[in-house]
Write a protein that binds this ligand. Structure first.
Ligand SMILES: [Zn+2]
Ligand SMILES: [Zn+2]
Length: 355
């Protein structure tokens, strides 16, 4: 059954990021199992609140949820609750969270724009974005120079501990993440002064993104492991690159086809002609306008459209013929057209006389 995450957090569906964050902070304090040691239902409530926050605090997940899409919860909360709470309350809130949590870095989103021509043929774009990266000072270990990483003294390196609680149902033993090492099973004798032992710092990432031919405007490319670094023993988040296609003043896209307009005179349309038509790659091709071509007629240049995404070949270029009616005529042109009208028996407006 679909959960109402807005109702769980007690916010309205148009709540902004800050309202959602505030609501979560309040509910997390109230429902956290540590705050309710005698209530076995507390953990379930806390899980729901955390799940709602994980979905609604991420713009992409929230959009998907609002559209009624199924949210894949398997990769949510992978970093554990400690990780989630640390991101909202800061390190060490509630007295838990070790120096080195075995965590998954957050997913990141960036947006980049390309030309229609690049979308037609595929391209490579350089993307630079802020990200949490491994600390260079300690190579991401979190240990100060000369210090060592050793097995956690509390959990013996397993990263988890058994906790027995008395509850309404009697003594209950659960396995929980070790609070001293944050689940990594390791701790350092002296933390790195640059990163404070996290093994992570704020920095910048740079990546070349292969954009396939035929990509659509607004498409998102997922680059596994290129999001925030996860820290010692953890995994990196993913990077989502949203591709925007800049509008082109000569071509419009229609699926795999491109559409352009070419102007021809009434005489060219009537008698037929060969005209030059621009192509998306910047070159031109000759196009035959058959005699008697009507205004708005569509001619096709096969294989001159967009690359087909994930397939071979290209769409077509559709050329719409714009028959231009002259608004100014020379004396001789006027005379010839009147002669033509006379030949056809067409009634035309008499020539304006200037006195
Ligand atoms: Zn460091
Ligand atoms: Zn431990």
């Amino acid at each position: 059954m679909r959960k109402d995450y807005y109702a769980i957090l007690g916010v309205s569906p148009d709540a902004d990021k800050e309202e959602i964050r505030r609501a979560f902070r309040k509910l997390a304090r109230e429902t956290h199992p540590d705050a309710n040691p005698d209530d076995p239902a507390a953990e379930q409530r806390f899980r729901e609140v955390a799940e709602a926050y994980e979905v609604l605090s991420d713009p992409d997940r929230r959009r998907a949820y609002d559209h009624g899409e199924q949210i894949d919860l398997s990769d949510l909360l992978m970093g554990g609750f400690d990780d989630l709470l640390r991101s909202v309350f800061g390190t060490g809130a509630f007295g838990f969270g070790g120096r080195q949590a075995r965590r998954r870095g957050r997913d990141l989103s960036v947006r980049t724009s390309i030309t229609l021509a690049d979308a037609a043929f595929g391209t490579t774009v350089d993307v630079t974005y802020p990200a949490v990266v491994a600390c260079a000072a300690c190579s991401g270990t979190g240990a100060a120079p000369g210090a060592s990483v050793q097995t956690c003294g509390r959990c013996g390196g397993s990263g988890s501990i058994q906790v027995t609680r008395r509850s309404f149902f009697g003594a209950m033993t659960t396995v929980e993440t070790c609070g001293r090492c944050g689940g990594s099973g390791q701790e350092v004798t002296q933390p790195c002064p640059v990163c404070g032992g996290h093994g992570l710092v704020r920095g910048e990432q740079h990546i070349n993104v292969e954009v396939p031919a035929g990509i659509t405007d607004g498409a998102r490319l997922r680059l596994a492991g290129r999001g925030d670094a996860g820290g010692p023993g953890g995994t990196n988040g993913d990077l989502y690159v949203e591709i925007r296609i800049e509008p082109d003043d000569r071509f419009e896209r229609d699926g795999d086809d491109l559409v352009t307009r070419v102007p021809v005179s009434i005489v060219q349309a009537t008698l037929g002609a060969t005209v030059q038509v621009p192509l998306i790659d910047g070159s031109e091709t000759s196009l035959d306008i058959p005699p008697g071509t009507q205004p708005g007629a569509v001619l096709r240049v096969e294989g001159a459209g967009m690359g087909r995404l994930g397939r071979r070949g290209r769409g077509d270029l559709r050329v719409v013929v714009d028959v231009e009616v002259p608004t100014k005529l020379s004396k001789e042109e006027d005379r010839l057209l009147r002669r033509y009208a006379e030949e056809r028996g067409d009634a035309v407006r008499a020539k304006r006389r200037f006195l």
